[in-house]
Ligand binder design. Sequence first.
Ligand SMILES: Nc1ncnc2c1ncn2[C@@H]1O[C@H](COP(=O)(O)OP(=O)(O)OP(=O)(O)O)[C@@H](O)[C@H]1O
Ligand SMILES: [Mg+2]
Length: 517
Amino acid sequence: MKLQSEIETLIRARYPILYILSSEEMRVQKVVMSIAQRRQKKVFEWSFSTGIVPGGTSLQSQKHRNPATKDPLTALDQVIEQVEPAIFIFKDFHPFLTKSNFAIIRKLKEIALHLKNSFKTIILVSPTLEIPAELEKEVTVLSFPLPDREELGELLNYIIEDVRQFKQVKVDLDGAGRERLLQAALGLTLGEAENVFAKIIVQDERLTADDVNEVFAEKQQIIRKSGLLEYYATTETFSHVGGLSVLKDWLQKRAITFTAKARDFGLPPPKGILILGVQGCGKSLCAKGVSNLWQQPLLRFDMGRMFGSLVGSSEENVRRAIAVAESVAPAILWVDEIDKAFAGSQSSGGTDGGTTARVFGTFLTWLSEKTAPVFVVATANDISQLPPELLRKGRLDDIFFVDLPSQAEREEVFRIHLGKRRRDPEKFDLWAMVECSANFSGAEVEEAIISALYDAFYAGQDLATEHILAALRETVPLAKTMDEQINRLRNWAEGRARNASIPRTTAADPQRRRMEL
Ligand SMILES: Nc1ncnc2c1ncn2[C@@H]1O[C@H](COP(=O)(O)OP(=O)(O)OP(=O)(O)O)[C@@H](O)[C@H]1O
Ligand SMILES: [Mg+2]
C-alpha cells in the first residue's frame, strides 16, 4: 500500500506529528502496527475513554491502565517521558485542538520540537480535520483511502468462509457477480461493508449478485448524511430517451469500461461529458439514463444552490462534495445546469471576493486530475455563461449538442410517452402528430400528451389522435420565442460540439404521407 510506505518514510524522517484523516481507526492501527514491528518500535494508543494503553489492548482488559492519562495534558507528558522508540496513536484528539484549548495546543507544539530529536512519533487519527494555526508547521496531514477492491474482496472471502458452517445459507456468486458486488461496495468503509454483507445474508440467508441494490442503498445513506449532494434514484432508462442516438451510442460503448477486463486491457474510465442544448430536449433525461445503463449511483450536484449559501464556505463545500462522490465511486456526478451557477455569480459582481473563481478552479483541477472513476455529466443551456476553461481539451471527453428533435426523433418521443401512459402508439396517427409538432421539444410533446389525457378524461372518451392534435395546436413552442437564442447555440455548437443526434443533413426524414390539417 502506497500510503503505508509514505507513513513509514515520514516516521523515519522524524516528522513529529502526523494527522491521518480517517474514521477507520482499526485499519489505520493495523498499518501503524506493521510499520512499528518492522522498525522495532512500541505502539501506544490514546483515547479519551481509555487513556494511554499499549497498542492492541482490548477494551475489557484492565491491565496497563493509567486512568490519569485520560487527561490530554497528562497523556502528552507521558509521551515525553517515554524513552524507547515508540509511536503514539491519538484517536479523536480533534476536539482538543480547538481554540479554547490553548494549553494543549501549546504543549503539542513544544512536544513537536522534542520529538524531532527522538525516535517517537505522534499520529492523530480523526474523521475531521482540525489544525490550529499554531500547529500548522508541525503537523503533516495524510488522508487514509477507503478500502480498495482487494481489501473488500478479502473481507467478502472471510465472511463467506465464516457462514459456511450454516448449511441453510446459500452463497451463489460467480466471478462476475462477485465483481459487481465488490464494485458496488467500493466507497464503503470496511465496517460499513461488513455490516451490509452481514445484513444481506441475515435477511434471506442468501448472498447473490442481485444483492447489489442493497449495497447501493447503503451508499445512499452515506450521501444523505453528507447533505451536499442529492442521491438521485431514477427509473429512467435509455429506452425512454427518444432520438439522440449518437450520444446514446457513445455512452453505451463506455458501459463496459468499468469491468476488470477493460481495466486489465488498459482502458481508462471515461472522465465526463458536457451536454449542451435546447431546453426540454432530454439532457437531464440522459444523465438519469446513464445511471441505469452503467448501474452506478447518480449524484446530483446543484452548483446553483452551492453559491446560494454563505459566500466563503463554497470552496470547502465543493471539496467535500467531490470527496463524497469519490468515496462512492464508481459513480456519476451530475452537475445539472452548470451555467446557472455562473449566471448567479456574475450578477453578484465583484462582491464575492473571487469565491466563484476559486470554487470553479477547485472543480476544474479535480476534473483534470481525478483518478477515481467518477463520471461527470454536466448540462447547460447557455454557452455565454460558461468559462472557457471548462471546454478545454482534456477536461472532458466530449461536448454534445442537443438540438430540437427531428421528425423521426419526435415520432420516437411520441411512441415513448404514449407507451408510458399505457397507450398503444400504433392506434394513433403518429405522422399527423409529428407534422403538427414542428419545433416542439421532447418536453413539450410530453406535455401535449398529458394535456390531451386531461381533455379526453374530462370528455369521458379514451385518448385519441384528435385530443393530442388539439393540444399541440394550442401550444406555442418555446423555440418560437427563443428562436434567436437557439440559433446562437447552433452556431456556437457547429464545429465545437458533437451533434447528439444523427446530423440533420445525413438523416433525412423518410417521406411520409402528408395530411392536410
Ligand atoms: N428525447 C426525449 N425523449 C423522450 N422524452 C423526452 C425527450 N426530451 C425530453 N423529454 C421529456 O421531457 C422531460 C424534460 O426533459 P429534460 O429534463 O431531460 O430536459 P432538459 O434538456 O434537461 O431541459 P432543461 O434545459 O430545461 O433542463 C423529460 O423528463 C422527458 O419526459
Ligand atoms: Mg435539465
